[in-house]
Every structure is written in C-alpha cells, then in structure tokens.
Design a protein around this ligand. Sequence first.
Ligand SMILES: Nc1ncnc2c1ncn2[C@@H]1O[C@H](COP(=O)(O)OP(=O)(O)OP(=O)(O)O)[C@@H](O)[C@H]1O
Ligand SMILES: [Mg+2]
Length: 275
Amino acid sequence: MSSLPNSPYSSGLEHEGATPFPAPARTPLISYRGVYKSFNDKQVLEGIDLDIYEGETLVILGRSGSGKTVMTSILVGLVQPDTGVVTVAGVDLSTLTTDYDWLELRLKTGYLFQGSALYDSMTVGENVAFPMVQHTNWSMEEISRRVHEKLAQVGLADTENLEPSALSGGMQRRAALARTLALDPQIIIYDEPTAGLDPITGDEIAHLIRRLQQTLSVTSIVVTHDLRLTETVADRLALLYQGVMVFLGTFEEFMKSDHPEVRRFLHYEIQEDKS
Ligand SMILES: Nc1ncnc2c1ncn2[C@@H]1O[C@H](COP(=O)(O)OP(=O)(O)OP(=O)(O)O)[C@@H](O)[C@H]1O
Ligand SMILES: [Mg+2]
C-alpha cells in the first residue's frame, strides 16, 4: 500500500481495499506528530498524528470527553502537549512561550468556542468590534465598516445595535461567528457550532460555514458530533476514540467503513438524529 498518510487523496490510515493514489507532495499548514496529553493521570490524547492542509475543512468527530477540544486548544496555546510536536505554518508551537510569541498565531486563528457566548453587557456590534479594539489600532470608522461587513457576511445585517438577549439561539451563534471573523483569520476553529440548535437552524449554520469556506478560502477545523454538519462541510473527517484517531478519510469512506468504532458511532448518532 503506497498511499501517503494524511493526503487528501487517501484516508491517511492504511486499510484493506483503499486505492493507492500517488498524492502530490504538499506541506501541511497544521501538523500533529506523536501528541500525548494527560490530566491528573487521565490519558486524553494518546499519540495523535494528523496533517491539515491549507484551504481544507477537517471535521473532528468523537464522543463527549474524547479529547476534541483538547486537540484544538493546543493550536491557540490553551493546552500544551506532554510530548509530541505540533506545528502551524512551520512554527513548532513548543517554541512559543510568552503571550507575545503567541500573538501573531492567535491573530491568524479565529476560534468559535464551544457555547460561543456573546458578552451580555455589549451590543451585537460592540461584540464584533471587540477583537479589533483589543488587537488593532484601526480607526473607529474602519472598525465600524468591518462590523457591518462581518455581520452581513453571517446574514445579520442591521443587528449591531441590538442586545445579544434580543437574538435567537441561531442568531447568537452567527453573531459569535462574526466576532470570530473580525480579524480576517486564516484558520477558523469551530467547536460544536450547531450544539443546542434545532436541526433546521443547525443546517443554516452548516451552510453558512460552507459558504465561508468557499468565499474566504480559509483552513477550517470543525469539532462536532453532528453528522449532518459533517456531511455539509467536511473535506475529510477524523474520528477520535479513547485518545487515538481511529479513522481519517472522506464522509463517504466514513459511512462505508467497517471499523467497529465507526459503526458504533454511526449507530448512536443516527438513533439520535431520528429521535
Ligand atoms: N484543563 C483540564 N483539566 C483537567 N481535565 C481536563 C482539562 N481539559 C480537558 N480535560 C479532560 O479531558 C477529557 C477530554 O476533554 P475535551 O474537552 O477535549 O472533550 P471533548 O471531546 O471536547 O468533549 P465534548 O464533546 O463534551 O466537548 C475530559 O475527560 C476532560 O475532563
Ligand atoms: Mg469539547
């Protein structure tokens, strides 16, 4: 079997019956190699190897507690691996030690946090402006122009003077996404972007993420256990189970995989979708 691990043309994991496409050599934008992480003797990541390529959307699936948020938190320095190497645009993250070292990468990376709460004490517009006020010396006119632009991009034009509490759950998620886009990130991490939303609103968010992928040409990581979202946005997906990536490939390959943990995951997720 000669397919290159983690290429978009292969599952990245060797398995029977995979077609060995010769993949073009490409440098990954984000790379995990041999990453382990434990908390208080609880092993959470147990040797993660993963490459994510510029412009692709990679979905990380896994049950609650499987380490999805820990994996993405490493990319913004909120969690440090115990061993292993993580690089972003060729920079070994272990060489970044101070907040100042991290600043450039954090500005390049938009992180839609799990729950993605807006600041209640600010209007929607002030929420979106917040990262720009904090991290740039742009004029108020420029910030105001960008607030309009980002809110329009997520389908929330003319909401900037509203209080967050006046927005529905789906609209709040869009507003949080506009705030994530404020500094024109090159990498966007979405942590459970559809959690807690009804299926129709969830679909709207999924299609918004898809549209942003196409218009902004960003590299995206989407953490979820929502299969509908995965089908809409994933170029490839990884399934995390007990600290190990047990599957890496396309959505179609995932649905056909006979890996026992993939089958178990699909069984429970499909049951949940029906309920
Ligand atoms: N800062 C921390 N201190 C101690 N334990 C932690 C910390 N962060 C994460 N963990 C533990 O690591 C494990 C994985 O957590 P993580 O948040 O990555 O799960 P997840 O896959 O994102 O789950 P969910 O789908 O519920 O969000 C959990 O057992 C969690 O309790
Ligand atoms: Mg999580």
